[in-house]
Design a protein around this ligand. Sequence first.
Ligand SMILES: Cc1cc2nc3c(=O)[nH]c(=O)nc-3n(C[C@H](O)[C@H](O)[C@H](O)COP(=O)(O)OP(=O)(O)OC[C@H]3O[C@@H](n4cnc5c(N)ncnc54)[C@H](O)[C@@H]3O)c2cc1C
Length: 333
Amino acid sequence: MEIQEQQAIRTTLQVPVRARWIIDIDHEEEIGEAIAFARSHNVPWLVLGEGSNVLFRGAGVLPVAILHLRMQTIRVLADGVQPLVQVAAGYRWHQFVEWTVAAGLWGIENLALIPGNVGAAPVQNIGAYGVELQDVLWSVRAYDTVAEQMVELTPEDCQFGYRNSVFKQHPDRWIITEITVQLSRSPKPQLQYPDLAALRERSSLTPREVMETIIRIRRRKLPDPQRLPNAGSFFKNPVLPRSRWEQLRQKFPSMPGYPLPSGQVKIPAAWLIETCGWKGRRIGNAGISPNHAAIVVNYGVASGDEIVSLVERIQDSVFRTFGILLEPEVRIL
Ligand SMILES: Cc1cc2nc3c(=O)[nH]c(=O)nc-3n(C[C@H](O)[C@H](O)[C@H](O)COP(=O)(O)OP(=O)(O)OC[C@H]3O[C@@H](n4cnc5c(N)ncnc54)[C@H](O)[C@@H]3O)c2cc1C
């Protein structure tokens, strides 16, 4: 375990804040010690991966102990047609996707290029192009800061939903150290998304070919946080009862909606924001991407508070136009 004082907190929105303490953890046995350290200094702890789904308000040195998990192992627990693969929290998610594809395994190729670490993946049940982590998740290993011991959680314990889980509902209770996923050696392409239609014509396909297509699409559509700091889609796509969506469609006939198995309808947040005229707009150092209306970007040295004030203006304008409250996907701290 390594403890540093007053270091910059790295996030993909690149707001300039520092943490009172940053604690690097290399073994799960060190987690209890790190929590005890934070408690003894009367500061809250917060585990962070790459900071691609968080926004810090405030300025200067924040009274917090940031925990970084650096464990990076991968183990095949049970081989066969549907192998179980266990991967540590500190592994980069996209590198893990590449590892599975190199092993010829199907399951998470559609989740390529999502920034962040493996440990954060269950927190919002990451999803893209018709696949969510919950489709392959077998178990989660975590340190329970209430029971003060390591625990194993089943998918049912995780209470997954759309960009949601028990970890999002009870932030900072569990520190995830490993996940186990069940993948497949037999082809299981998930190509229902319109962007993937061309691949449906193919008589044979490998997980690598699907991954490479997803990478090309994402590179075209999403701003690279290294060049234009952002946290991906800032808002969740709102989910409405079908009757409410039909009512809105009478007033806004071009409003898109994707029916869900629950009978509800998912509306793209980007469409709502763009219709309210926000796409490409900039206020001071914060703005909305000119290419994707749900992506909030930091053009320079915007503070967290500046970004939050833009986010609130967008929420207000969408609410006044459609009566829909946009919920942030990003955790604001
Ligand atoms: C350009 C871009 C594109 C994106 N595209 C997608 C997408 O397609 N689909 C999608 O679902 N998301 C997407 N995201 C969001 C983000 O990549 C994911 O939410 C990712 O899982 C966050 O990982 P992280 O390591 O950066 O987490 P962080 O931002 O560091 O943390 C996020 C939350 O998880 C908690 N956390 C982190 N690690 C742990 C742990 N080990 N144990 C317990 N809690 C933990 C943190 O406390 C925090 O509450 C995108 C983001 C960007 C910038």
